[in-house]
Design a binder for this molecule. Structure first.
Ligand code: PEP
Length: 254
């Protein structure tokens, strides 16, 4: 049984005081998380303060990115060791904004995944097709290739429990969603690919999230799908009442 996972990606939003205020507002709304894990990925600058404040809540810490080396001459980058210092447990890898706006390649995602596994950070590897690929009908092939490249050379025995996020690029921050049925179809295919590359028990142990303009109204529709193990939420995670409703959608009768 895979525990549902709800992840807040704050992107480049919230100063430290704003982040703490948002966390406090959310913890007033959600005092316990019965049916799911909830992870916050604030900007790096808020990780320190957030990781202290989060101890009083049922929530967990994640980061939005990391470098694939532990240390060195990489000006402006963040080592996985810095994240571990701050009790960060999860890390987003290969978010489409990193891939599209900052030139992150499948090779970089692959190296980051190896390092996250080595450091026992739980990776949330993001994959998804562009609007053009969606229209051309190549979604499955694109995602299959992204998965293969991320897993190339990884030790199969180390892969149980890693997390994936299916995020169609055309749905991120656009207000457009894949339908729950479309997302289910892709995520089911992802699990099949993962089973081929690893094995069935390993693929079954991996949580696969949907992300892309998830709203409080639509959350339940996605969470009802048998292969969708949670949600990666951008915009709606910045509004406590909306994010609280998304968390509660994991508890509602299916
Ligand atoms: C995201 O940041 O991963 C995301 C899905 O954003 P939004 O919910 O705003 O589309």
């Amino acid at each position: 049984m895979r525990t549902k996972l709800i992840v807040a990606n704050w992107k480049m939003n919230n100063t430290v005081p704003e982040g703490l205020k948002l966390l406090a507002a959310l913890s007033r709304e959600v005092r316990e998380t019965k049916e799911c894990e909830v992870v916050f990925c604030p900007p790096f600058t808020a990780l320190f303060a957030m990781s202290e404040a989060i101890e009083e809540t049922p929530f967990k810490m994640g980061a939005q990115n990391m470098h694939w080396e532990e240390s060195g001459a990489y000006t402006g980058e963040i080592s996985p060791l810095f994240l571990k210092d701050l009790n960060v447990q999860y890390v987003l890898l290969g978010h489409s904004e990193r891939r599209q706006l900052f030139g992150e390649t499948d090779i970089m995602v692959n190296k980051k995944l190896s390092q996250a596994i080595r450091q026992k950070l739980i990776p949330i590897v993001c994959v998804g097709e562009t609007e053009k690929e969606h229209k051309e009908g190549t979604t499955f092939d694109v995602i299959d290739l992204q998965i293969k490249k991320a897993l190339d050379g990884q030790q199969k025995t180390e892969l149980a429990g890693i997390v994936w996020a299916y995020e169609p690029v055309w749905a991120i921050g656009t207000g457009k969603n894949a339908t729950p049925e479309q997302a289910q179809e892709v995520i089911q295919a992802m699990r099949k690919s993962l089973a081929k590359i690893t094995d069935v028990p390993t693929a079954e142990s991996m949580r696969i999230l949907y992300g892309g303009s998830v709203s409080d109204e639509k959350a339940k529709g996605f969470l009802k799908q048998p292969d969708i193990d949670g949600l990666l939420v951008g915009g709606a995670s910045l509004i406590p009442q909306k994010f609280a409703a998304i968390i509660r959608a994991t508890e509602a009768p299916q």
